[in-house]
Ligand binder design. Structure first.
Ligand code: FES
Length: 196
């Protein structure tokens, strides 16, 4: 994807949100607002942070630009090049790996026809691998934009991606119908937890 950066300034609505965000931090530590402001900039900028957007936030917080780049390059929630409409991040850390996250990665590759770190030609999907999403109890887990999809297997992952392709909203959270991380059965036995 050819990166074409544009000048960046917050729009009127986000200027107001910027003030709301800044007000949450003490006057002595205004730079605490860095991550939420980068997130706001990324959302306005179509899901990724251009150099101009990072510099704009750096100026806003009176920070050296390098400090902002350090943060933006560290966290997987920030994207430094254009991404698809749906950012699919498969957790491949140990608990999800033990629950066969490899099959989830394969389902994504097979369905989208792309490899990790690539974006589909239609601009709909970007595929990535993420570290622990903090939802190991419902492993394997995938994050797509702001949403989690849990208790996945190959077929369930394909179903979710096919729904997104059609512009539909797949069911969020557990794909085996449990609420939160409750046991699947009330008289649960060890093997029933992930029986599906
Ligand atoms: S290891 Fe995947 S959510 Fe924790």
């Amino acid at each position: 994807v050819k990166i074409v950066s544009q000048p960046f300034v917050f729009n009127e609505e986000n200027l107001k949100r910027k003030d709301e965000i800044a007000a949450r931090y003490p006057d002595s530590h205004p730079r605490g607002a860095l991550m939420p402001l980068l997130d706001l900039a990324q959302r306005q900028n179509g899901g990724w942070l251009s150099r101009e957007a990072m510099d704009y936030v750096a100026d806003m917080l009176d920070m050296p630009a390098i400090r902002v780049y350090e943060v933006a390059t560290f966290y997987s929630m920030f994207h430094l090049k254009p991404v698809g409409k749906h950012c699919v991040g498969v957790c491949t850390t140990t608990p999800c790996w033990l629950r066969n996250s490899e099959a989830i990665v394969k389902a994504c590759k097979d369905t989208l026809g792309i490899d990790i770190s690539a974006t589909t030609a239609d601009g709909l999907f970007t595929l990535g691998e993420l570290e622990c999403l903090g939802a190991c109890v419902n492993a394997p887990v995938v994050q797509i934009n702001d949403d989690y999809y849990e208790d996945l297997d190959y077929d369930k992952m394909v179903t979710i991606l096919e729904a997104l392709k059609k512009g539909e909203q797949p069911k969020l959270g557990s794909q085996v119908g449990r609420s939160g991380s409750e046991p699947i059965k009330s008289n649960i036995q060890g093997d029933d937890i992930h029986a599906s």
